[in-house]
Design a protein around this ligand. Structure first.
Ligand SMILES: *[C@@H]1O[C@H](CO)[C@@H](O)[C@H](O)[C@H]1NC(C)=O
Ligand SMILES: *[C@@H]1O[C@H](CO)[C@@H](O)[C@H](O)[C@H]1NC(C)=O
Ligand SMILES: *[C@@H]1O[C@H](CO)[C@@H](O)[C@H](O)[C@H]1NC(C)=O
Ligand SMILES: *[C@@H]1O[C@H](CO)[C@@H](O)[C@H](O)[C@H]1NC(C)=O
Ligand SMILES: *[C@@H]1O[C@H](CO)[C@@H](O)[C@H](O)[C@H]1NC(C)=O
Ligand SMILES: *[C@@H]1O[C@H](CO)[C@@H](O)[C@H](O)[C@H]1NC(C)=O
Ligand SMILES: *[C@@H]1O[C@H](CO)[C@@H](O)[C@H](O)[C@H]1NC(C)=O
Ligand SMILES: *[C@@H]1O[C@H](CO)[C@@H](O)[C@H](O)[C@H]1NC(C)=O
Ligand SMILES: *[C@@H]1O[C@H](CO)[C@@H](O)[C@H](O)[C@H]1NC(C)=O
Ligand SMILES: *[C@@H]1O[C@H](CO)[C@@H](O)[C@H](O)[C@H]1NC(C)=O
Length: 692
């Protein structure tokens, strides 16, 4: 670990030596390179080898980031006694003179990120100790160990915010933050912390935000920082999170435990203000169903908390993990990418304020929607990428999803949804049912369902604006399946044959639609040209992966901005496309992967000038059985095409002429043979010498 900083700093040595040799002239010129605005002097990246001394002496903020200063001398800052903020990011600093900050009584904010302060850390620490009014200190990226950090922070009791991110701290003992009674924010992310001694944060009575992300912490037990508002322990190797059992009121509002290895739902404080709980990417599940409730003694875990020679035993009931937690203020719960197979009874009932619930990428198989469950405040529910084959709705339940705005059911195994489920979601705007093998109800279904639902009906969902039915294996649309909705975004892609050659089933919603995806649906224009004239507000149209042989019509839809025609069977761009009004608003058009004929692409020049073809470099065409990039088409290709046509004509002529002549001669002979008299007449008239 000690080697790493050494190497880094050696690297910087070389760099600075090189920069210095060039900086003699550069420095003199670059003094004028500092930007002065109000009391701020901004000298970033001016290749300065020392702090300029000719800036206004009343400067309050000095930014010297990215200059190869290397050393901050005792006298360097003397001309600026009124500094309140000093920034020295990436200045290759190895040394800060003991007296460098001696006269900086006004300094409140000091940024020393990305330097080599581990080199002469004792001297630097001594310099920092003269800053008795300092409030913000950034020491990130300096290869500091815990001992160095301890020394540097000692007695800086005025500090309110400290960053020690990206250093080489491995453990925190109870002396590191001693005496930092005003500290409100502490950033320790991206270190190698694997152990935090009990009491390390005890003196930090004002601490509100603690970031421990990207460390190696294996567990957090007996968490008792009641004053903390935000705790971030994401990207560690946590297997346990266990709050102290005391009844104290925690101020905790946001807890980020994502990207860890938790097996159980965290054991949260019994009284807290938690509103955001992030548990993404762990190994959590609920296990009560696996165990028999009649033998409760088997369902507890005992923690031995060892502190010195005192050992305390904490017993927790794992199968009731969420039951004792206070989740009444919870608004945002992310449980995605875990192993949840079910949600226990009463789980959601404990969260009456919940508005966002993310259960994406779990193993849920069924979901029962009961009274007060899910909570009435829920606005976003993401159940995508599970194994849901059924949703159950308690009979007689209405309005249970009344606040829901987004419902994501993508990539499950649903065949339908209970009638009444969507009807009760009176405020819903977005439904994603993509990648479920559903079918659409051919006619409106009555509200009293008999048997399991076998189809989905979106009719008359007045609030619905965005619907994805991608890859649902839908058959040809019967008339008006989206009647009574306010759809502006519709995705029907990858349902082969859904439109059965015509876009009339969309006529109800055509005037409102803004974004329409008809990718891979088997549209062809062999009989009639596709006509999108009625889609007056259409901005974005995806027609890729179909069998279109001719360009669709866009008579009235002047709003079109993006059009995707990749992977079709277009052979030519009609000239009118270029001139048509359509292109006035069009910003992006995709045209590649079509078998264009190089001789029929005369509109290209105009398109290229418009710069709307996003994939122009990939557009190819066929020129006498060769495939050529349109961009690389030789200039006189039109000429070539004409020549080619002429050549072909000549070839035909040369091939056909001898046959014709032979035929003619043969015919003549036959004719003459059967019309002897005539031959004789000719013979007599012409005095031919006869062979017979
Ligand atoms: C900087 O000042 C300190 C006393 O504040 C003194 O001990 C040290 O020698 C000085 N360094 C230089 C290079 O003058
Ligand atoms: C910190 O403060 C304590 C008590 O005020 C004092 O004994 C100690 O010398 C100080 N340490 C430094 C490095 O200034
Ligand atoms: C926690 O820290 C990580 C890493 O910096 C960051 O990506 C994440 O957004 C933080 N979480 C919260 C809730 O701020
Ligand atoms: C639980 O125990 C009861 C009685 O002891 C038994 O009937 C039942 O089958 C058990 N269930 C499981 C899942 O083991
Ligand atoms: C052990 O329990 C005692 C009494 O409840 C408590 O005072 C002490 O702080 C606990 N120690 C640990 C390490 O939790
Ligand atoms: C262990 O506990 C005893 C009594 O409780 C105490 O006197 C002793 O100092 C403790 N030893 C250590 C190493 O903490
Ligand atoms: C429906 O949504 C509107 C606007 O987003 C909101 O004002 C209203 O309170 C919502 N209704 C319910 C029952 O949540
Ligand atoms: C639904 O979830 C899937 C997969 O998690 C995601 O790709 C999609 O964008 C989500 N849909 C909406 C409308 O947010
Ligand atoms: C598809 O269209 C053809 C002709 O328009 C019609 O005969 C056929 O019944 C349609 N298929 C379905 C499934 O609607
Ligand atoms: C263009 O060339 C490709 C590959 O040689 C061929 O598959 C395609 O049928 C050709 N298309 C036309 C219109 O000639």
């Amino acid at each position: 670990m000690e080697l790493l900083p050494l190497w880094l700093c050696l690297g910087f040595h070389f760099l600075t030596v090189e920069w210095k040799s060039r900086s003699g002239t550069a420095t003199a010129a670059s003094h004028g390179g500092c930007k002065l605005v109000g009391g701020v002097a901004d000298c970033q990246g001016q290749n300065l080898a020392s702090v300029p001394s000719i800036l206004p002496p009343h400067s309050q903020t000095l930014i010297l980031d990215a200059n190869p200063l290397k050393t901050l001398w005792n006298h360097s800052l003397q001309p600026y006694p009124l500094l309140e903020s000093l920034s020295l990011h990436s200045c290759h600093l190895e040394r800060v003179g003991r007296g460098a900050f001696r006269e900086q009584n006004h300094l409140r904010s000091l940024a020393l990120a990305d330097n080599c302060l581990s080199e002469n850390y004792k001297e630097t620490a001594a310099a920092l100790h003269t800053l008795q009014g300092l409030q913000r200190l950034d020491l990130s990226g300096n290869s500091l160990t815990e001992d160095m950090a301890t020394l540097m922070l000692q007695n800086l009791s005025s500090l309110e915010s400290v960053s020690l991110a990206r250093n080489t701290i491995m453990r925190l003992d109870d002396s590191v933050f001693e005496g930092l009674g005003h500290l409100r924010e502490l950033d320790l992310q991206r270190n190698y912390i694997f152990e935090i001694e009990g009491g390390a944060f005890d003196g930090l009575t004002e601490l509100r935000h603690l970031n421990l992300a990207y460390n190696n912490l294996p567990c957090i037990v007996d968490f008792s920082l009641t004053q903390l508002r935000l705790l971030n322990v994401s990207y560690n190797v946590l297997e346990w999170f266990l709050a102290s059992e005391e009844q104290a009121a925690f101020e905790l509002e946001t807890l980020d435990l994502s990207h860890n290895q938790l097996l159980f739902f965290p054991l949260l404080p019994q009284c807290s203000k938690l509103h955001t709980l992030l548990l993404r990417d762990n190994n959590m599940g609920f296990y009560r169903d696996l165990y028999n409730t009649s033998s409760p003694q088997e369902m507890v875990a005992q923690f031995l908390l060892v502190d010195g020679n005192v050992t305390n035993v904490t017993t927790v009931n794992l199968w009731e993990e969420f039951a004792s937690s206070d989740l009444s203020d919870l608004r945002f719960l992310d449980m995605s990418q875990n192993q949840f197979q079910y949600l226990p009874d009463g789980f959601l009932k404990k969260m009456p304020s919940l508005s966002h619930l993310n259960l994406n990428q779990n193993c849920l198989m069924t979901l029962h929607i009961r009274e007060h469950d899910p909570p009435g405040a829920l606005t976003e529910l993401d159940l995508s990428h599970n194994q849901l084959s059924q949703l159950h709705l308690a009979p007689g339940l209405t309005g249970c999803l009344r606040s829901l705005r987004l419902f994501n059911l993508s990539s499950n195994q649903l065949l339908g949804v209970p009638t009444g489920l969507f009807a009760s979601a009176s405020n819903i705007t977005t439904i994603d049912m993509s990648h479920n093998q559903i079918s659409l109800c051919p006619r409106p279904v009555p509200l009293d369902p008999v048997g399991p639902p076998s189809c989905v009906d979106f009719r008359n969902m007045a609030s619905l604006r965005s619907l994805s039915l991608e890859g649902c294996g839908l058959g040809a649309l019967q008339d008006c399946p989206f009647q009574g909705t306010s759809l502006t975004h519709l995705d029907l892609s990858s349902n082969w044959g859904i439109l059965n050659g015509s876009i009339t089933p969309l006529r109800d919603i055509a005037p409102m639609l803004q974004v329409l995806s008809l990718k891979n649906v088997g549209l062809s224009s062999s009989f009639t040209e596709l006509d999108f004239s009625g889609f007056r507000n259409l901005r974005d149209l995806d027609l890729s992966g179909n069998c279109l042989t001719s360009f669709p019509r866009f008579g009235g839809s002047l709003a079109l901005q993006t059009l995707d025609l990749r992977r079709n069977l277009l052979t030519a761009l009609p000239q009118r496309v270029v001139s048509e009004q359509l292109l006035r608003n069009l910003q992006t058009i995709y045209l590649s992967q079509n078998p264009y004929d190089c001789c029929g692409v005369e509109g290209w020049g105009a398109l290229q000038r418009l710069q709307t073809v996003a994939d122009l470099a990939m557009v190819t065409c066929n020129l006498s059985s060769k495939v050529i990039r349109v961009m690389e088409l030789p200039g006189g290709v039109a000429q070539d095409c004409k020549w080619e046509r002429v050549d072909m004509g000549l070839l035909y002529l040369v091939l056909i002429l001898p046959s014709c002549l032979t035929l003619l001669v043969a015919c003549t002979i036959i004719f003459l043979t059967f019309k002897k008299p005539l031959l004789q007449v000719i013979k007599s008239r012409c005095h031919w010498s006869s062979i017979y």
